[in-house]
Design a binder for this molecule. Structure first.
Ligand SMILES: [Zn+2]
Length: 390
């Protein structure tokens, strides 16, 4: 072997070694980075397509663009539609959630468990990063549950895995973090809410009043420990329960009698006392004043923690793979930000315009315009199955 070829083969070996080292280092670096940043199931899934930019890039861009969608919905919400490979659509919804609510997002499909990713972001007032990542579904199983710690606008993003084509049903709704504090009663028994005037407007109501017959049991809404009991001040006979779940202090006031001792550990549903009108409720009908106190913040609105919300009702309409485009049948059709006539108008379509259909919610079609904008249009203004008509 002459000197030049020896040098060049050494160089080759050297280059291979360097490449191997880089590859190992990359894997190591990624492992270290993963343990710090903790990639989402969606990010982990996407890695298998990283080297196939024709598949990966449109999918990734669709996700990024969906952060700018401005679809607004109210809970409960149900939508029936199709994930269509060719559209590479991402479904993105803005909604208001209050501290104390537990958000549930569920996607069901009719095919054998394709990966479905659901991410939750919180809107901030920061103009540079408008949304901060808050929660995600586990392992692409199309199901997310998150107790909300802050009242804010949130964004739910639903994205099927690359190449998924299937019918789907989406449900978004919320449940309260705690159970209801009075046996046999529900939200309808609340007759005075957070913030109502007290003492002629000199102070405001720091809880909710739940009316029931004298002697009705008031119960632990969560497991915890009785931190204090006694008869004093405006609240009269009262029980304070320290919640194990969130560390909040729960205040039960105006009781006729107290049936627990300080220090007792209780489970959900255990009786703490009986409804009465002690303290400054002497002149009113028996009721429970229920309050929630959060360490440094003080009293917070207890309603979202106990309010029982309705479940979504799936719409009857169906989207067909044969008709992924719909046509406008009315002379003009308003495109709206929300599935309601109160929804802000974001555009207009004219007779025979075609729109891609993403799903149906009640009497509204969730659509995408040629420009890629998402909106709702009322079903009475469109033809869902355009080719069927002669
Ligand atoms: Zn009250």
């Amino acid at each position: 072997m002459d000197k030049t070829s020896q040098t060049s083969s050494l160089k080759t070996i050297g280059a291979i070694l360097v490449l191997l080292l880089i590859a190992t280092a990359c894997k190591q670096a990624r492992k270290v980075a993963d343990s710090i940043i903790q990639p989402t199931p969606r990010e982990l899934y996407a890695r298998q397509f990283e080297n196939d930019s024709s598949l990966f890039n449109p999918w990734e861009n669709a996700y990024k663009n969906s952060l700018m969608d401005s679809i607004q919905i109210e809970l409960p919400y149900a939508e029936r539609g199709i994930f269509f490979t060719k559209n590479r659509d991402v479904y993105s919804y803005n909604l208001l959630l209050q501290r104390g609510e537990v958000l549930h997002a569920k996607v069901r499909t009719d095919s054998l468990s394709p990966p479905i990713f659901i991410d939750l972001y919180e809107q901030t007032s920061d103009t540079l990063s408008t949304y901060i990542f808050t929660a995600r579904s586990e392992n692409g199983q199309g199901s997310l549950k998150k107790a909300v710690e802050k009242s804010a606008i949130y964004k739910v993003i639903v994205q099927p895995g690359i190449g998924t084509t299937t019918h789907f049903q989406l449900e978004l709704y919320s449940t309260p973090s705690y159970s209801f504090p009075v046996t046999g009663k529900n939200t309808e028994a609340i007759q005075s809410f957070w913030g109502a005037d007290r003492a002629g407007g000199r102070r405001s109501h720091k809880g909710v009043d739940i009316f029931a017959d004298r002697g009705t049991p008031v119960i632990a809404v969560t497991e915890g420990r009785v931190s204090s009991t006694g008869e004093r001040g405006l609240g009269g006979k009262q029980v304070w329960l320290k919640s194990s779940l969130m560390g909040n202090s729960l205040y039960y006031a105006h009781l006729d009698s107290i049936l627990v001792k300080t220090g007792k550990r209780v489970q959900i549903g255990d009786t703490l006392g009986l409804i009465g009108n002690t303290g400054n409720a002497r002149t009113t009908a028996p009721h429970l004043h229920f309050g929630i106190y959060e360490g440094y913040r003080g009293a917070i609105d207890p309603l979202p923690f106990i309010r029982i919300n309705t479940k979504p009702i799936m719409s009857a309409g169906q989207v067909s793979f044969e008709f992924p485009k719909i046509t406008v049948s009315a002379k003009k059709a308003n495109l709206r930000q929300a599935p309601s006539v109160q929804g802000e108008k974001v555009g207009e379509a004219e007779k025979n315009d075609t729109l891609s259909i993403l799903g149906i919610t009640k009497k509204w079609a969730h659509i995408k315009t040629e420009m890629g904008g998402k909106a709702y249009v009322h079903l009475s203004l469109i033809d869902l199955y355009p080719n069927e008509n002669p």
